[in-house]
Write a protein that binds this ligand. Structure first.
Ligand code: 13P
Ligand code: SF4
Length: 353
């Protein structure tokens, strides 16, 4: 639906009044009505770098989800304020790893005498607490665009990786990009004692995968891939690495949201693409490339409901409050957590390549 013209005018006016004081970041899964006001759009990695690269903006309005805003707060200066237009914009995957559970897992590894060989790696889609834990224990943050480089680095530091919280990104990267086998990976279930694994399984594993997943990408199945290949002969299947292993294996290309966009931009006219990622992005790509046949990989409609919570009314509210001199929905990370999380984030930003 087209955006409400009154709200568009108000957002435009508020942004004009704030000028260079405000910088609006927009993740690729945001609604069109919001993305039109983003100064920069990107995947999680690009947005983290953009936040770190804007020391002059007093306010960073983050149109994305909570863990992204936390990371922006960690990477910006003390005087900058990061605002999330709706505090209910969380991420169900990030919620699947809670600090107490991760500490309990680490205790188990310590008791078995293998924590010293284990490097914790966390996907960006995790709370600042988890990033802090990883930083304290010599690990690194990764995103969907640098997971291989992060794992290469981690396996130079130790013989084993504890990968949080997305089992699929961990497994897909290890098996499809690093040559590990499925048997090198075990699944640690935080709701079971000892993760539901025997000491031998934990000792033998190279990758200990946390049992977390994205509910949006988890909806794509092998059937979705088979179906689309039958319906559209010659179709290219391009999916996000948060999809299940069998989906990624059956696809032609895999990558972050930024990679998906670049791939579609470079695709020849007339080519057909089935995209296994969030629907706002797929719709936008289909509109922007009418010369290519771009479709959603599944028959069901799947938006990320928490990304969608950031809508134009919330953005207008946050901006107008700033014009009135009030900061609403500020995201802050306590200094100790931020310090350690920053170590793990800086380690990511320093990865070669
Ligand atoms: P990207 O880093 O690929 O943008 O992914 C972030 C995300 O939340 C995907 O679900
Ligand atoms: Fe989290 Fe999945 Fe939404 Fe990304 S798409 S923010 S991983 S729930």
């Amino acid at each position: 639906a087209p955006s409400d013209p009154d709200l568009v005018a108000r957002a435009t006016a508020a942004k004009a009044k704030l000028g260079s004081k405000v910088f609006v970041l927009g993740h690729h899964y945001q609604r069109d009505e919001v993305i039109q006001f983003a100064d920069v759009t990107g995947d999680s990695f690009k947005l983290a770098r953009e936040a770190a690269a804007r020391p002059d903006a007093e306010y960073i309005v983050f149109c994305g989800v909570h863990f992204m805003a936390e990371s922006a707060d960690i990477l910006t200066t003390d005087s900058q304020r990061v605002i999330l237009p709706d505090l209910a914009a969380g991420c169900s995957m990030a919620d699947m790893a809670v600090l107490g559970q991760v500490e309990a897992a680490w205790d188990t590894l310590t008791e078995l005498g293998i924590a010293g060989d284990t490097v914790p790696v966390t996907y960006m889609n995790s709370s600042a607490d988890i990033k802090g834990f990883v930083g304290r224990n010599g690990g690194v943050v990764c995103t969907s665009s640098n997971a291989k480089r992060a794992l290469d680095w981690a396996f130079e530091q130790g013989s084993k990786v504890l990968f949080l919280p997305d089992q699929h990104l961990g497994r897909n990267t290890a098996v499809l990009e690093m040559g590990l086998s499925l048997d090198d990976c075990v699944l640690y279930d935080p709701h079971k004692p000892g993760g539901g694994l025997t000491p031998e399984q934990l000792r033998d594993a190279k990758m200990i995968l946390w049992r977390g997943h994205c509910s949006v990408h988890g909806r794509f199945t092998l059937e979705s891939v088979k179906d689309v290949r039958e319906r559209v002969p010659g179709v290219n299947v391009l999916v996000h690495p948060e999809c299940r292993h069998e989906v990624v294996t059956a696809s032609d290309h895999v990558g972050s949201t930024e990679y998906i966009i670049k791939t579609i931009e470079a695709a020849p006219a007339g080519s057909a693409w089935a995209l296994g990622t969030e629907l706002n992005l797929v719709r936008r790509l289909a509109l922007a490339h009418p010369d290519k046949q771009i479709m959603f990989l599944d028959k069901a409609v799947c938006y990320c409901s928490t990304m969608n919570r950031i809508d134009l009314p919330h953005l207008v509210w946050a901006l107008e409050e700033l014009v009135a001199g009030r900061v609403v929905n500020q995201i802050t990370v306590d200094a100790d957590t931020a310090h350690h999380a920053r170590v793990a984030l800086d380690q990511m930003l320093a990865l070669p390549g």
